[in-house]
Write a protein that binds this ligand. Structure first.
Ligand SMILES: [Fe+2]
Ligand SMILES: [Fe+2]
Length: 400
């Protein structure tokens, strides 16, 4: 079949099937031209190899048919030159009565597509030429696909390497941003802690005897949380909740807070309001939302008895930080001097914790505290300085 002219993405010119026929015999050339008259195939004829090369230089020929026996340059020599200069052109050698040697030479030297014989059969020769043209189209198409595929894989490689580079840039940028964010978060945390400490100190300043109470409760509670193998975030939350646990005392009259003697039932009822007042103070502060319930319930008793307040929650109903703070709060209050009594010795404090294990205190938390005291003794009280989470955790890592 003769290929129809068509467009390809790589060759925008219509591909008109074009032939070159080379022979030293004019009659043969004319006979060949007649063979394709009226067809879609464009036929060029050349008298000898030199003329044939000239045409090839100017015309987009796809199939070259050459006579073998020509006086100046043999057909196989001519087709070899065609192969060297235009390797994609399909080559057909036309011979009289070819000997085997001549045929082998032609095939080897010129890599011809086909050998055709003279005198030819019109139908056979036309069929051979058409097959050659089809072969050319197929070969061109294959080459085009190979080029496209190569270009695609090349562009894919470029895309991949660009992606890789982009990815690396992104990773670097993400690392940098994360470091910045972490630094900012750390700054913010320090600022927040500073504000919270100032607030706690302001609360404690109401009563000269409780100065530093909140900070110490926060540190004790953090140590107990660490003993309970809590996560870092939780330890920090415990510290903040400890720092703020008595913030509601700011709403209680100084005369009651600072009263040296025992409180009247009314005064005691006022004091018992401080966890609720504290929760109301902290509730509007977004970053303290998870601290609010810890503050509200820091005076609940583990057994749910009426001695606990404000909600008489029991056991696991009481937020864990509140249960921890209750132990820390009691320990700090007992071991500190008050206007009406001196600070109690540590053995008295631990005895109280042991006695109230399971009633006032969560047994697991009381046990954690007692384990720390077994290990640290008086140092537990003495070392309750300012809290620094990183330092605190690194102390933990190096076994205190
Ligand atoms: Fe309290
Ligand atoms: Fe307290």
């Amino acid at each position: 079949m003769i290929p129809e002219p068509h467009m390809t993405s790589f060759d925008p010119a219509p591909l008109r099937p074009t032939l070159l026929f080379v022979d030293d015999d004019e009659k043969i050339l004319r006979a060949f031209a007649r063979l394709f008259r009226g067809s879609a195939i464009e036929v060029h004829t050349a008298h000898g190899a030199a003329a044939g090369l000239e045409i090839l230089e100017r015309q987009p020929v796809q199939v070259v048919v050459s006579d073998l026996a020509m006086p100046e340059v043999s057909g196989s020599n001519f087709l070899r030159q065609v192969r060297d200069r235009w390797p994609d052109r399909i080559r057909i050698l036309l011979t009289g009565e070819p000997g085997i040697d001549a045929a082998v030479e032609a095939v080897n030297q010129a890599e011809v597509y086909r050998l055709a014989t003279k005198p030819w059969n019109n139908e056979e020769l036309r069929a051979t030429i058409e097959q050659a043209l089809d072969y050319y189209v197929l070969q061109t198409e294959m080459a085009r696909l190979a080029r496209e595929s190569e270009a695609q894989s090349r562009s894919l490689c470029i895309t991949n390497s660009e992606l890789l580079e982009l990815n690396q840039k992104l990773r670097g940028e993400t690392r940098r941003r994360r470091a910045e964010l972490s630094e900012k978060q750390s700054e913010l945390r320090q600022t927040q802690l500073g504000i919270l400490r100032a607030l706690a100190e302001a609360v404690d300043a109401h009563d000269p005897y409780t100065r530093g109470h909140s900070e110490r409760v926060a540190v004790y509670a953090s140590k107990i949380a660490r003993e309970l193998k809590s996560e870092t975030d939780f330890i920090e939350r415990i510290y903040i909740a400890g720092l703020l646990h008595d913030v509601g005392k700011i709403g209680i009259a100084d005369s009651v807070i600072n009263k040296p003697g025992p409180l009247t039932p009314e005064e005691y009822a006022r004091v018992q309001e401080h966890p609720e007042i504290g929760a109301r103070i902290l509730a509007p502060i977004p970053f303290l939302q998870d601290v609010v319930p810890c503050v509200r319930h820091h005076h609940e008793w583990y057994d749910g008895s009426s001695r606990g307040y404000p909600a008489r929650l029991r056991e696991s109903e009481i937020p864990l930080p509140s249960r921890i703070i209750l132990v820390a709060d009691t320990v700090e209050a007992m071991s500190s001097s008050r206007p009406y009594r001196a600070g109690l010795p540590l053995w008295r404090v631990t005895e109280e914790v042991r006695n109230c294990r399971g009633t006032q205190f969560d047994p697991a938390i009381a046990d954690a505290f007692l384990r720390i005291i077994d290990r640290e003794g008086e140092r537990f009280i003495e070392r309750a300085n300012r809290f620094d989470l990183e330092e605190f955790l690194s102390e933990d890592r190096f076994g205190r």
